[in-house]
Design a protein around this ligand. Structure first.
Ligand code: 1YM
Length: 700
């Protein structure tokens, strides 16, 4: 197993910092939030320890299981957490790792063992925030166990028998008094995270199993914990998935391109270490791994990682990559007489249609930028530029067919850039985007202060009319968009601007687009997308979000974009009138008033009749022991079904409405979703829209 030579664990090297109380007092400081993100963060933390063990060459299999009752269990086949006595704490190293904040030999500079978690504080934080934790270590022929309750050991680490295996199992149940929003896990989120991690660690198998609905009782779960190391097998009858990517990043590029048309056959791939002299004569080691392949798409997809952490804002590794790519393609094109002497490619030209993943491993990592997701370590730039430049140059020499296709694609991009610029210049000259003539469709607000102004983008003229009546005309503007706006994913800027719908939106926003985009000219600091809660509404919302994502990304990043959350139900009960934004909210209200709803009561499409009918009679029901009034229920399928007062009150009034800010949280997933929705892959697009149209979760 142990391929890489590594200094064995030395109990002294654990640095003891402090007890666990601070974690319970201020969980947010350690895991960001105590909402769903924080809940999942616990999984990432424990997983990171396994993954570090795999990256060190000591483990090649990780299993994550979701158990009944909110338990999570993670297994690896590494060396096992150290079990020896720790000289300072006088307890086992396992206990020290689990109960002392920041304990771990992971803060030294050896190897690539930089923790991938946002906060990187590890297992003790998970333990502190869990009602019950159990650690099992298989090591040196023995099996050890220790359990904890809200971070406190129930007993010392004990040897419970012999074992031929090696590795660590951590099982925990998050504390519901900390995670007040509940301990429900998002299967999709977990799967997509671990898929990405499996791509990043070549040869690592990650199995995920969902046993939450397996019907296991407590005893069965307990015997599972006591008797099995790995639960997963190929024939398991529970939702499960297994990831193993021989090709690492090449597999990731192929995955990204699965619904794209690739323009050359071979995926370029390099993995190499580089010794940088940037930081003194001794040199520091930088691991570089890059895969790329061009598609016929317009937009580049460049995804970069540093120590397996996704670097949304790029950084030195991305700079090194882009400069080398431009340099190598220019050199190759000139040398092989594929372009005229005076023609040369810009950095943007060579990005068009590129799908690339860049991953670097550094001993000491420095992040910058607003969200700390931009790599700052300078040695990464020269490392990537040098390793990639050399390898990509050889790739072009050795694969002349691929090289020819890539160069033709870039030449096409150069021509298109020139043509698009000419077209855009002429549009701009014609004044279409000068912002002088606001579109007739726009019912603008009176205020000229962007900070207090809001733009509602609504679906169709009729909802538009209602919104205009229901708004506060001082600060709220309304722009109706008709039908399907142009599918922008596959179109160029000049074509996009030819669409009247898009032009209206661009002019209303005031920022212009493309090279002349200027965020300081934004006319509204809240841009609110209000579409219907049906499939068409979801589609239009996605089209608008795609447009914003591709061409107005700073507006999303700046937090200017919102999605309105109109209510699904209006319920009148006695004198009480309330709006409910989900089935769960409605059900909770019914429970509160002790009302049992018959399935037949609200049928889609019959609401109107229903209301009138019920409203007329004020029927009494005796389904409960006490006689009670029956509530009037109205289900809204679209904004158009509300009158101006209702719409104003529920969706537009800042004091009462529910808005969801659109954020680019997981841009990898976002890109994938947008590709599925907008790309050429029609079947998966259909099924995605159908299965997600009703979900309140936001796609971007
Ligand atoms: C299911 C969770 O935690 N595996 C795990 C953790 C460690 C080791 C191996 C390990 C690391 C080292 C040496 C080392 C940890 N060790 C530490 C500490 N799986 C899981 N597997 N020996 C074993 O990094 O040198 C913290 S975690 F503190 F010992 F370094």
């Amino acid at each position: 197993m142990a391929e890489k030579k590594q200094k064995g664990y030395d109990a002294d090297s654990i640095q003891v910092l402090e007890g666990l109380e601070p974690v319970r007092k201020r969980p947010g400081m350690y895991i960001g939030t105590t909402g769903p993100e924080g809940l999942h963060h616990l999984i990432w933390e424990i997983f990171d320890n396994c993954r570090d063990e795999a990256m060190g060459g000591f483990a090649d299999r990780i299993e994550v299981s979701l158990l009944p009752d909110g338990y999570i269990r993670i297994v690896d086949n590494g060396r096992g957490m150290p079990t020896g006595l720790h000289p300072k704490t006088k307890v086992s190293a396992v206990e020290t790792i689990m109960t002392v904040l920041h304990a771990g030999g992971k803060f030294g500079g050896e190897g690539y063992k930089v923790s991938g978690g946002l906060h990187g504080v590890g297992a003790s934080v998970v333990n502190a925030l869990s009602i019950h934790t159990r650690v099992e270590v298989h090591q040196n022929g023995s099996k050890f166990i220790q359990e904890y309750e809200i971070g406190k050991p129930k007993y010392a680490l004990k040897k419970v028998g012999a074992s031929k295996l090696h590795g660590t199992i951590v099982t925990w149940k998050p504390d519901e008094t900390i995670f007040k929003e509940g301990i429900e896990y998002d299967w999709q989120k977990i799967v997509s995270r671990f898929r990405q991690q499996a791509y990043l660690v070549k040869g690592l198998t990650i199995n995920i199993i969902d046993l939450r609905e397996s019907g296991m009782n407590e005893k069965q779960v307990k015997s599972l914990l006591d008797d099995s190391v790995y639960i997963y097998d190929e024939n398991i009858i529970a939702p499960s998935i297994s990831f193993y990517f021989e090709g690492g990043l090449s597999s990731l590029v192929s995955f990204y391109n699965q619904s794209q048309k690739v323009i050359h056959k071979n995926v370029f791939y390099v993995e190499k270490d580089y010794t940088s002299k940037d930081k003194g004569a001794e040199g520091v080691n930088v691991g570089v791994e890059i895969a790329l392949q061009y598609t016929d798409d317009m937009n580049p997809r460049l995804v970069a990682f540093a120590n397996n952490i996704y670097t949304l804002e790029g950084g030195t590794h991305v700079t090194g990559f882009k400069t080398a790519l431009t340099r190598i393609l220019n050199t190759y094109a000139k040398k092989s007489n594929l372009v005229k002497d005076d023609e040369s490619f810009t950095g943007d030209d060579v990005l068009e249609g590129l799908c690339a993943v860049v991953s670097v491993k550094l001993q000491e990592i420095q992040f910058e930028g607003q969200t700390k997701s931009k790599l700052g370590s300078t040695e990464a730039q020269s490392a990537v530029s040098s390793i990639f430049g050399e390898a990509f140059s050889s790739f072009l020499e050795e694969n002349p067919d691929d090289a020819k296709q890539i160069i033709s694609k870039v030449v096409l991009a150069v021509r298109a850039r020139k043509a698009a610029k000419a077209a855009k210049d002429s549009i701009l000259r014609k004044g279409a985007l000068e912002g002088m003539t606001l579109p007739g469709k726009l019912s603008d607000c009176q205020s000229r202060k962007a900070e207090e102004s809001e733009l509602f983008i609504v679906e169709g003229d009729s909802a538009g009319g209602t919104a205009v009546q229901g708004r506060n005309r001082k600060t709220q503007a309304v722009l109706p968009l008709r039908g399907k706006i142009l599918n922008i994913e596959r179109a160029r800027l000049d074509k996009i601007l030819a669409s009247e719908q898009v032009r209206n939106l661009v002019i209303a926003l005031g920022t212009a687009i493309g090279d002349v985009f200027d965020i300081t000219k934004l006319r509204y600091h809240k841009v609110i997308i209000a579409t219907d809660a049906d499939v068409d509404g979801a589609h239009i919302r996605t089209l608008i979000l795609t447009l914003l994502y591709r061409y107005f990304r700073p507006l999303i990043e700046g937090g200017f974009i919102y999605v309105a959350q109109p209510p699904l139900y209006k319920i009148k009960y006695g004198k009480e009138v309330g709006y409910y934004y989900s089935d769960a909210e409605k059900d909770a209200y019914f429970k509160k008033i002790g009302y049992e709803q018959a399935d037949s009561e609200i049928k889609e499409g019959e609401e109107e009749d229903n209301i009138e009918e019920i409203e007329g009679e004020e029927e009494e029901t005796t389904s409960k022991s006490k006689t009670m009034k029956k509530p009037f229920i109205q289900r809204y399928k679209g904004l158009g079904e509300m009158n101006a007062d209702e719409l104003g009150e529920t969706t537009m009034d800042p004091a009462k409405r529910v808005l969801k800010q659109v954020r680019i949280e997981d841009i990898v997933a976002t890109d994938r979703v947008i590709d599925v929705l907008m790309g050429t892959d029609v079947p998966s697009r259909k099924s995605f829209i159908q299965s997600n149209a009703r979900a309140a979760r936001l796609d971007v």
